[in-house]
Design a binder for this molecule. Structure first.
Ligand code: NAI
Ligand code: MG
Length: 369
């Protein structure tokens, strides 16, 4: 491949992963063909299919490809076929290894409300209409990884379960840096969420975000909110937010809450970013839909490809600076929904039901047209 070309590794995975990825492959081919884009794609195995092929959820060779790529597009992994495989090689281990080796510490979860779907939200239409927020969750630290992490037998018929919330200055600095930088490309507003009222890690979080803001990002509006109050505000009036930055645990919950403001899991994209390379300034990055492999519908051609396509839009925006193309792709998704096309998961009365391929084709046609 030429030095200047954009190298993508496609890891479609299991279940509906390959079905959704096929639509993105068509889109990439169309961009190369019709728009003169210079994407070069390579493919690898991850998850159950990788386990079947070589007994590991991702091979060292595919891992090396992921490390060398400009960006990784990931489908979904897992399924009942692999429920009994050993814990270390279970399908999810492939994703965990990618996150760990690529040091993907920043998880980006947008919550966007497409106008055509606003009426089907569980919240009132005026609360979600036009919603466009971004949750930046710290992904490699905090209580999911802190030590000690164990169950201790106290010997008196009681056991003690221990998890430890740990954050160091550099971890808070780098995640808040990502949030401030992204805010500058949006509405220039960051809300940091922690629980400094009851957690020492929350006190430090608040301090370091405040210092990082003062030192490098004073042009961005910064608010602090307790994470539980933040949960309430997300449901009460989510449009008050632009970028929310929070830790691993709170981010896990708050991003799932935000996701449901806007409808089906088949619509939700995500990105995970690492630190910028010292020389090239490029961040390692992996883009994936929020949904899993959906074994209940896989092979039927009815999976919604929008989450995967919207993940590729994030890739264009964050890995390649192709902001106009990303905007155009998101507009194409909105336009196809405006036209009434719906996969089964988002179907409502009076709309036109389409399958995975038709939905992909329609979005690509709008995007090129
Ligand atoms: P899931 O997200 O695969 O499915 C949940 C429900 O949403 C199902 O009814 C499914 O049909 C539906 N759904 C999901 N994506 C859809 C789409 N694009 N279009 C239409 N409907 C869609 O979660 P579930 O059922 O809990 O897990 C299934 C498998 O996926 C498990 O093996 C699980 O471990 C794995 N998984 C993998 C993830 C990943 O690869 N990152 C994330 C979550 C689960
Ligand atoms: Mg979750």
């Amino acid at each position: 491949a030429l030095m200047a070309s954009k190298n993508l590794l496609l890891l479609a995975g299991d279940g509906i992963g390959p079905e959704a990825m096929a639509e993105v492959k068509k889109l990439i081919a169309a961009m190369n063909d019709k728009l003169g884009s210079d994407f070069v794609t390579d493919e690898g195995l991850v998850g159950g299919c990788a386990y079947d092929a070589h007994g590991a959820a991702i091979s060292d060779a595919d891992m090396a490809k992921a490390m060398a790529a400009d960006a990784v597009l990931f489908g979904a992994v897992g399924g009942p076929k692999w429920d009994a495989v050993p814990y270390e090689v279970r399908p999810e281990a492939g994703l965990l290894r990618l996150r760990k080796d690529m040091e993907l510490f920043a998880n980006l979860r947008p919550a966007i409300c497409y106008p055509a779907l606003a009426a089907s939200s569980s919240l009132k239409q005026e609360v979600v209409e036009g919603l466009d927020i971004l949750i930046v969750r710290e992904l490699t630290g905090g209580v999911y990884f802190g030590e000690p992490k164990q169950i201790v037998d106290l010997g008196n018929g009681q056991k003690r379960g221990i998890d430890t919330q740990v954050y160091d200055t550099f971890e808070i600095e780098r995640i808040s840096g990502v949030a401030f930088e992204l805010a500058r490309t949006r509405k220039n507003h960051v809300t940091s969420m922690e629980k400094r009222n009851v957690m020492k890690s929350g006190v430090l979080w608040n301090e370091v975000v405040t210092q990082t803001h003062k030192a490098r990002y004073a042009d961005v509006k910064l608010d602090h909110m307790l994470a539980d109050a933040g949960g309430m505000q997300l449901v009460r009036w989510p449009k008050q937010f632009d970028v929310i930055v929070t830790d691993n645990l709170f981010g896990d919950m708050l991003s799932d809450i935000a996701a449901m403001l806007t409808g089906s899991i088949g619509m939700l994209p995500s990105a995970s970013l690492g630190a910028p390379d010292a020389k090239t300034k490029k961040r390692k990055a992996l883009y994936e839909p929020v949904h899993g492999s959906a074994p209940d519908i896989s092979g039927k051609g009815i999976a919604n490809p929008i989450a995967m396509i919207a993940s590729f839009a994030m890739c264009l925006r964050y890995s390649f600076g192709m902001v106009a193309e990303a905007d155009k792709l998101e507009a194409a998704i909105a336009a196809v929904l405006d036209d009434g096309l719906r996969t089964k998961d988002i179907l409502s009365e009076g709309m036109t039901e389409v399958g995975t391929v038709q939905m992909g084709d329609a979005i690509i046609a709008k995007f090129l047209g």
